[in-house]
Ligand binder design. Structure first.
Ligand SMILES: NC(=O)c1ccc[n+]([C@@H]2O[C@H](COP(=O)([O-])OP(=O)(O)OC[C@H]3O[C@@H](n4cnc5c(N)ncnc54)[C@H](OP(=O)(O)O)[C@@H]3O)[C@@H](O)[C@H]2O)c1
Length: 159
């Protein structure tokens, strides 16, 4: 399983149920990485999408209230999701938000982190992998400066 996340300089990821910034190349990259595959997310992240489910990929939602999301496959616990993940025949990407990242990080081998070089007000966060003894940087891209905020792609792998 792999994680995809966009963080700001303080590892903030969201505010009031939305992303901190909508960076078009980053969202396109997320689509390219996930189309044809499986994505898993918490109900709050799922509900934050203007159009849902996300097209051309299998959307899995973790929630205590699966009856609210009849159009997607839901799991009422991380344990149930992990049992399903063991049998999946396609790559699974964890799409957040904070609660789901924290619960599924131990089961992930790679993290694709978009680092936005800006400091936002945030109410949800991702763990700082640079401070973790379990993760190391495996790749770091150049700064991309075509959008409102500069950003770069950094990849981490589990040691
Ligand atoms: N920057 C990024 O890359 C990125 C990516 C994704 C999200 N975000 C942002 O992150 C924020 C949302 O994060 P969040 O942590 O508040 O919410 P979240 O993780 O998206 O969803 C939380 C919900 O997931 C369900 N859930 C989580 N763990 C569960 C478990 N063990 N068993 C059953 N259900 C479980 C619960 O749903 P029910 O309440 O339905 O039971 C819970 O309320 C938003 O601002 C979003 O825009 C940012």
């Amino acid at each position: 399983m792999e994680i995809i996340v966009a963080v700001d300089e303080n590892y903030g990821i969201g505010k009031d149920g939305d992303l901190l910034a909508h960076l078009s190349p980053d969202l396109k990259r997320l689509k390219a990485m996930t189309v044809g595959n499986i994505i898993v997310m918490g109900s709050k992240t799922y509900m934050s999408f203007p159009k849902r489910p996300l097209s051309d990929r299998q959307n899995l939602v973790i929630t205590h209230s699966p009856e609210k999301y009849p159009e997607v496959t839901c799991f009422t616990s991380v344990e149930d999701f992990l049992k399903y993940a063991d049998t999946a025949d396609k790559p699974i990407f964890v799409l957040g938000g904070e609660t789901v990242y924290r619960q599924l990080l131990p089961y992930c081998s790679k993290a694709h982190v978009t680092k936005i070089l800006h400091s936002f007000e945030a109410d949800t966060y991702f763990p700082n992998l640079d401070e973790s003894t379990e993760w190391e940087r495996s790749n770091e891209g150049e700064v991309i400066d075509t959008e409102k905020y500069p950003f770069k792609y950094v990849e981490y792998i589990r040691k």
